[in-house]
Design a protein around this ligand. Sequence first.
Ligand code: ZN
Length: 341
Amino acid sequence: MRALQLVSDRNLKIVDMPEPEAPGAGEVMVEIGAVALNHIDVWGWRGMAFARRKLPLVVGAEAAGTVVEVGPGVEDLKPGQKVAIYGAQTCGECRACREGRDNLCENVGGIHGFHLDGFARERMVTKARLCVPVPDDVTMMDAACAPITFGTVQHMLFDNAKLEDGETVLVQAGGSGIGTAAIRMAKAVGATVITTVGSDEKAEKARALGAEHVINYNTERFEGVVRKLTKKRGVDVVFEHTGVDTWQGSLFSLKRGGRLVTCGSTTGITAEINLMQLFQQQYRIFGSFGCAIHNLSESLAKMDEGVLPVIDTAITLDRIEEGLARLESRKVFGKIVMTMG
Ligand SMILES: [Zn+2]
């Protein structure tokens, strides 16, 4: 079967791989339908962020597919069932796993596409409990955006920051995969959205997604605009994932008692914090990484209700370099999804 392998830095190859063995107890074989690209794939491509990476590595950290075979003891999944696949091999037994806090698993066996072979292959065997059924009306391409894109945003905005109807949220980099998801998911619960983008073209598109206020961060200081828009009060929640470039401004945009949730640092990892501001303003800051398995079901249910991922480009396996280059170029608005067919 075919797979997309990173053989050395910036060198991806479509290779022939042996078929997986039949699923064992509690396992299923999934035919991968679509893989959504993420910055994690770009890091891999560039050869960054891997202290002990083993190459070659099958890429792809976020995917959906169809169950084609079930192992002994699997009762809730049948061949033909469309599923979104949780990206980390959690133990399923530690306290965090038992309590549904899967991304805090104490014995995690690695993340697909990062430490373990990823999803960009025709078929794979995984644990049935990591496969979440996809509603009939949700497409394979949309479902492929559940495990990281929607799942991460669901976990950030609702488990961590507890965003509610009537509140205001600042979404940083609203044109990115998770930024577009955050705008749509925040709008869907009745929040007011302020977002930042890097061009007028993206501003137009962010407005079309429902953002009430869009700030071009290349032409305006976003924190000043946010203070003005909120009559100097600040926003209830900041959705951060850009890092050092926006960190100070993001904190300055929060109201007293506001919540900042972050899952990324694409512009750099070391930022300063004014501790007096932190405690006097009673900020709550959440670090968020990945999501729990229940966030996949919640995300898919939202998609079923019409809250859909924004897909910038659909590509086929042989056009992966083009997809990664587009992701890296920052021209992208929303997700790039690769079909395996
Ligand atoms: Zn565990």
